[in-house]
Design a protein around this ligand. Structure first.
Ligand code: BES
Ligand code: MN
Ligand code: ZN
Length: 511
């Protein structure tokens, strides 16, 4: 599905000849919930001669965040349809919260599927916040428009095509800073949409060799350096964790490395991104229950996110050297599968005793993290659908975050700003003590198979593979990487693209 055509306009919104125009709507807590058109909607409100908010109220609008109300304009303005999106209470500052605006824009553009060209007349402050507010609107629009193409063999009679073009109303359409935000939003959205496509692809169509090929094809011509290790090379190279997990499947594992080096920056900071790429997680010999197992096609969301982040990095050209490591395997039960009880030697020489073949993510990540450190890096940002414990503890929106202080704080701050919240979690000594193995350096999970501190066990295990002096963060995206409910805000069903925008912001900040 293609990204909508995006442009800036500064024509009076009331005179725009588009199929629909989106405005913001606030509720006013002090005035008994009365409605207030958001900034940007002035000329449209004027054209309705004082009847805009009362008509919207009649249609049930309340201004609640994300609420979408459609109103036929019957000739009052050029566009035949106004779509009012709730932005919550009137903001005390110059604009609503960025995430409210991002989600509202996403909801409006999604609700307008079937329209060709849509204009957005949403509140933009005329101060130093303008670029970040515009960024939120652009991201909301481009991501809200996403719909996975799917595999239906017959055309759907009631299918409404995603919006084809979006015009964003700004004070000055010739402004260079605004144009730069459009270019950036297109790059970022392309990365997020690609990740969503990969995550939503059925697991029979995206096994490790195909996933590796798809990533290589996506970055072709970008100037990124590409290295792909196949099964034989992984065995010969000492990647015990990836080999162990991958050996149970007919579709062999891969480790894909993508690298970007900035031009003209002397000894740039070095960042490694690491992603879990389990194209399907059956649990292996420690097999998972049948219910919901299909969702484990999303167990490669971390690798998809870091791979697509590199695509954006290649286009945005930050002043930081960035490498990504995508650890790909399919976790299957079979006669060649790894077993509980196996002792596996990882890439950095440490040995882990396997208790549960369903804790496969940390096995492949151990190798990828150790390889990233061996290549030389200042930071490791690793992301994975690692534990069900993350979903239990923090739910479907907020990622679990563990690691060293500086890296964790960077991810927390960036995540908050871009609308991909991640919550810092501890790495307690007693959790590490619970992972002592009688015969190896560490056990892969708590030796009593105790689920206490479930999410933390993952972080504690991965820490063993980070080299001394390297700043690192582990972002557990088991919940936020895959949206299971009805579409909401700029999230459709399935892959979300979390935490690409966080990683890009962190990289930006380091440059
Ligand atoms: N891929 C799963 C984690 C997961 C669960 C992601 C739900 C998304 C939604 C992971 O490989 C897994 O199976 N983890 C186990 C670890 C356990 C066996 C130590 C878990 O969380 O139960
Ligand atoms: Mn698993
Ligand atoms: Zn998994």
């Amino acid at each position: 599905m293609t990204q909508p055509n995006l442009s800036l306009v500064d024509t009076d919104p009331a005179e725009l000849a588009v199929d629909a125009i989106v405005i913001g709507l606030h509720s006013q807590p002090d005035e008994g919930g009365a409605l207030l058109p958001a900034a940007g909607a002035e000329s449209i409100a004027a054209a309705f001669e004082g009847k805009l908010t009362s008509t919207l109220a009649l249609l049930g609008a309340s201004g609640a965040p994300g609420e979408v109300t459609k109103l036929a304009t019957l000739g009052t303005i050029s566009a035949p349809l106004v779509v009012a999106v709730g932005l919550g209470d009137e903001p005390s500052g110059s604009a609503p919260k960025l995430e409210t605006l991002r989600r509202g824009t996403g909801a409006a553009v999604r609700a307008l599927a079937g329209s060709g060209t849509v204009a957005l007349a949403l509140p933009l402050p005329d101060d130093e916040d303008a670029p970040s507010v515009l960024r939120a609107i652009l991201e909301g629009a481009l991501l809200g428009q996403y719909k996975f193409a799917g595999y239906k063999t017959k055309p759907q009679p009631n299918r409404r095509d995603p919006v084809a073009a979006v015009q964003v109303h700004v004070p000055d359409a010739g402004d260079a800073a605004a144009a730069a935000e459009v270019t950036r939003a297109e790059v970022v959205a392309r990365a997020v949409r690609l990740t969503r496509d990969w995550v939503n692809t059925p697991p029979n169509l995206l096994r490790p060799p195909q996933f590796a090929d798809a990533v290589v094809a996506a970055v072709e011509g970008t100037g990124l350096e590409v290295e792909v290790l196949d099964f034989e090379q992984l065995k010969a190279g000492g990647y015990g964790g990836i080999v162990a997990v991958g050996q149970g499947s007919e579709a062999p594992p891969r480790l894909v490395k993508l690298s970007y080096v900035p031009d003209g920056v002397e000894s740039p900071k070095r960042v490694a991104l690491v992603g879990k790429g389990i194209t399907f997680d059956t649990g292996g010999i420690s097999i998972k229950p049948a219910a919901g197992m299909w969702e484990m096609k999303s167990d490669m969301a971390g690798a998809a996110a870091v791979g697509a982040t590199m695509l954006a990095v290649a286009a945005l050209k930050p002043r930081v050297a960035v490498s990504a490591y995508l650890a790909m395997a399919e976790n299957m039960p079979s006669g060649t599968a790894y077993r509980p009880g196996d002792v596996i030697t990882m890439f950095n020489g440490k040995r882990a005793e396997v208790y549960n073949t369903d804790a496969e993510g940390r096995m492949v990540l151990a190798d990828a993290i150790a390889r990233a450190c061996a290549d030389g890096t200042d930071y490791v940002f690793e992301t994975s659908t690692l534990t069900g414990g993350q979903v239990i503890a923090l739910g479907k929106r907020i990622a679990g975050l563990m690691g060293s202080d500086d890296a964790v704080e960077r991810v927390r701050v960036a995540g908050d700003e871009v609308g991909e919240p991640a919550w810092p979690m501890p790495l307690p000594d007693e959790v590490r003590k619970g992972m002592e193995s009688d015969i190896a350096d560490i056990s892969q999970t708590n030796s009593n198979l105790d689920r206490a501190g479930h999410m933390l066990q993952g972080g504690v295990f991965l820490r063993e593979f980070v080299a001394e002096g390297v700043e690192w963060a582990h972002i557990d995206i088991a919940g936020p990487s895959y949206h299971t409910g009805e579409p909401t805000g700029y999230w459709s069903k399935g892959g979300t693209g979390v935490p690409i925008r966080t990683l890009l912001s962190v990289i930006d900040q380091l440059g």
